[in-house]
Design a protein around this ligand. Structure first.
Ligand code: 5GP
Ligand code: ZN
Length: 113
């Protein structure tokens, strides 16, 4: 299977990695939509949030740990940030490997487009 995020997880193609633990890799989005735009990506291939089940609880704990860690390390925990999981065509998902966007560094509008 030719999955771009699996290739980044396995270090087969480069990315600016901000943080890594047993379950997730965090790297900069190649097309940032805010001054901070990180992707939190499970190391195992799950096509979307719909492929996640209770047995995958360790991944979500790792996602929470990563969000808190990068928000403090990047000094945007106080001003705020947005977490997004695009899912499916209407959700705007373009990479079919589950990923959590973390956007920060500017005032983000609502509702999203
Ligand atoms: P989605 O649209 O699926 O929610 O988000 C996919 C994100 O992955 C996009 O924001 C896109 O810029 C980013 N992306 C796609 N391919 C690559 C890549 O090869 N490297 C990096 N760093 N980001 C990527
Ligand atoms: Zn993958």
């Amino acid at each position: 299977m030719d999955c771009v995020f699996c290739r980044i997880v396995k270090k087969k193609i480069p990315a600016t990695i901000l943080y890594e633990n047993d379950h997730v890799v965090v790297f900069e989005d190649q097309s940032p939509q805010a001054p901070v735009h990180a992707l939190i990506v499970p190391k195992i291939h799950l096509a979307s949030i719909l492929e996640c089940h209770r047995k995958d609880d360790a991944i979500w704990i790792a996602v929470l740990d990563a969000i808190k860690l990068i928000s403090h390390a990047g000094s945007f925990s106080e001003k705020g940030f947005r977490i997004v999981i695009n899912t499916g065509d209407d959700g705007g998902q373009t990479v079919d490997h589950l990923h959590v966007h973390c956007l920060a560094g500017r005032r983000l509008s609502w509702p999203p487009g």
